[in-house]
Design a protein around this ligand. Structure first.
Ligand SMILES: [Zn+2]
Length: 291
């Protein structure tokens, strides 16, 4: 049977970047568990994964390192299809040999498998942590990795630091047969998505959803219900998806964050985020949430 677009990802857990998308292809380990020997390479350059062409499509390079970098030594991150997988951080201005191809991680329709895209996303999160955990945030001295973990310890003040994932909310707000869509000034013309924002001190997720909606659009909401979540490695967020009903207010752009917000009927939707995002997953199922 042909897959209809809304069948791509049955549940939010199936969305790219969630670990479930790696299926049984990958087991995350820590760098000190590197078994040695040949394996595969996960080279990341900016927001791109670098792959080689194979008859089966783009895959990870094998054998000798496809690129030499001096700034970031290869970092073992786990087993990809039972082989050691090592991450490479490639400087943005480095010229690539002809056998390597850039695969943009934020492409609307990526050319790589969902498993590979999700692995590269995890690599992005790891790079973000590595970049931000060189020095102790308590005393500023150098940190070393804890045995068997991704966490690090400061040799000077003994503080331990662990990878940080930032919780965010994103939500579909329903009013009759319309949904609330919002647009940020930096997005391409005509593209809209859902209200979203970072959790603040002391908030539960539902409170963040209500606050962000009022702050950004002046709309009050009720019946805020959690639907599912998506790991979002740009650079290290967890997007928690909600649906809510309109409770009151007229649209007014209260802060500087949005260029526009509007109510849209489901048969008159503007350009939307790609299918691989939880925002689009919620929008594509809006009809099911309208009571
Ligand atoms: Zn310290």
């Amino acid at each position: 049977m042909m897959k209809t677009p809304s069948d791509y990802y049955l549940l939010p857990a199936d969305l790219p970047f969630n670990r479930a998308s790696l299926k049984n292809n990958f087991q995350l380990k820590s760098p000190d568990q590197d078994p040695g020997g040949d394996g595969v390479w996960l080279p990341l350059q900016g927001m791109n994964l670098l792959t080689v062409s194979t008859p089966q499509g783009p895959e990870l390079a094998e054998g000798d390192s496809p690129l030499q970098t001096t700034t970031f030594p290869p970092l073992y991150i786990g087993q990809w299809r039972n082989r050691p997988c090592r991450l490479l951080h490639i400087p943005e201005d480095m010229k690539l040999p002809p056998q390597l191809h850039r695969q943009p991680l934020r492409a609307a329709k990526p050319d790589i498998s969902i498993a590979l895209l999700s692995l590269a996303g995890m690599g992005q999160m790891i790079l973000h942590w590595e970049d931000n955990s060189q020095l102790c945030s308590t005393c500023g001295k150098k940190m070393t990795r804890l045995k068997g973990e991704w966490g690090k310890e400061c040799q000077h003040c003994n503080a331990s630091h662990y990878p940080r994932v930032h919780p965010c909310v994103i939500g579909l707000v329903i009013k009759g047969d319309e949904i609330l869509l919002a647009r940020k000034p930096e997005w391409t013309d005509g593209r809209y998505s859902l209200v979203a924002g970072f959790v603040e001190f002391g908030e539960c997720l539902e409170e963040t959803m209500a606050r962000e909606t009022v702050e950004e659009t002046n709309i009050q909401i009720k019946n805020i219900r959690y639907i599912g979540s998506q790991s979002w490695p740009f650079p290290s967020q967890l997007m928690c998806g909600f649906v809510a009903d309109y409770a009151g207010g007229e649209i007014k752009l209260n802060d500087q964050e949005l260029a526009d917000a509007k109510w849209c009927k489901l048969d008159q939707l503007p350009t939307l985020p790609p299918k691989r995002s939880i925002a689009r997953w919620l929008i594509d199922r809006a009809e099911k949430f309208i009571s």
